[in-house]
Design a protein around this ligand. Structure first.
Ligand code: MC0
Length: 139
């Protein structure tokens, strides 16, 4: 079961420039930044001040062979993923597999802030790369 929209992920070429642009243009503030070597990204979570709702996640490539580098080459900067928060990513993946959807990983991998994540293939989700996120603190 989906608990909430966790974040919308946007591919950018230059993370620091994008953080600055979102701050000066929309007043969004970076609440967390992180490098995820396995995913090949430097990322930042942005929110409107005081808003605990869905975040905007900026994703910049660490390497030329990363998913974000490939997305930028093909599509340019823009929305790359929609992430739903779930209580139990293993149970959610099992339920979606049962419905015939392809999950990208056999087992969840590490996402932002120690979360556990998996992705539904965009061809099985209406053209949207859907991420499932089980936060580390179980919220
Ligand atoms: C590819 N396609 C997409 C897409 N990427 N459609 C919607 N949204 C996207 N982001 C489409 C292509 O246009 C193509 O359609 C079809 O999917 C298959 O493309 P492909 O060439 O076979 O596959 P790739 O090599 O482009 O890979 C796509 C795939 C990859 C989703 C498998 O990006 C992946 O493994 N993503 C999961 C990991 C990831 O995104 N990591 C970065 C965020 P046509 O019609 O042309 O056949 S890390 C993150 O998010 C973490 C830190 C977190 O939040 O905690």
């Amino acid at each position: 079961t989906v608990l909430a929209v966790d974040h919308v992920g946007i591919a950018v070429a230059d993370l620091d420039a994008a953080i600055e642009w979102y701050a000066s243009t929309f007043g969004l503030v970076a609440t967390h930044t992180e490098t995820n070597e396995e995913q090949g990204v430097r990322e930042a979570m942005l929110s409107a001040p005081g808003d605990a709702g869905a975040a905007v996640q900026l994703l910049a490539p660490l390497r030329k062979d990363s998913a974000i580098a490939k997305f930028l080459d093909r599509s340019g900067p823009g929305i790359q993923q929609l992430a739903y928060r779930v209580a139990d990513v293993d149970a959610s993946c099992a339920a979606l597999r049962e419905k015939g959807l392809r999950l990208l990983y056999d087992e969840p991998r590490r996402g932002t802030a120690g979360s556990r994540i998996n992705f539904v293939h965009p061809k099985d989700a209406g053209g949207v790369l859907v991420e499932l996120v089980e936060p580390a603190d179980g919220h």
